[in-house]
Design a protein around this ligand. Sequence first.
Ligand SMILES: O=C(CO)[C@H](O)[C@H](O)COP(=O)(O)O
Length: 238
Amino acid sequence: MLSLQDQMKQAVAISAVNQIRDGMILGLGSGSTAALMIQELGARIKKKELNDIVGVTTSFQGEVLATELGIPLKSLNAVSHIDLAIDGADEVDPHFQLIKGGGACHVQEKLVAARAKKFVVVVDSTKLVDKLNLSFLLPVEVLPGAWHQVKEQLEEMGAEVKLRMAQRKAGPIVTDQGNLVLDILFKDGISDPMSMESRINNIPGVLENGLFVNLVDQVLVGEINNNEVSVRDLIKVQ
Ligand SMILES: O=C(CO)[C@H](O)[C@H](O)COP(=O)(O)O
């Protein structure tokens, strides 16, 4: 029996896959909701309900899953465009700005989202927030040799900063690119995601942060009302 949250994730994953058409080049996101979407895509390809699909993954997680499901893959460098990218998120604000990177995959996720003609975000209703970074920590990928210097500079900007540690492995998390992740919190949240995104990325040693600004075309939200799972196409506040 799936938990309520997993039922919401499953519903949005299916709803996003319903937008896929034959011949599309797809950006395949990372995380548990995106994994459900990849599984649904794999099942439809296997049943020949979808044909001539090419996927561009955003993480080693997605690459392993898509390979096991027989989804044809190409690298980002090998495609001229991406028709549709589908990915999860950790926080979504009313203006469709995001925090991503809970799975430390935000570098490749942002590249794929930026390349996509349409970027659809799939979340359950727990991810909707009024203001970013009041509860979910903002991930910042840093070069291993610069983590302490970057940490100090982020602290000077007023952030609380923690090096993300691995579980069942001594030491820090290492990203798919071989870097480290600092998780940061501004205790009053982030009021201006656009300026914060570039301020953080301007610190030497930072590769990318998890603020996704003005990239999202559509947010699909899985909800539970009266014990029924439904999917809402969220309306953006301008
Ligand atoms: O950004 C991500 C990974 O870097 C994920 O999309 C995000 O963490 C959401 O994951 P989930 O669907 O498991 O809640």
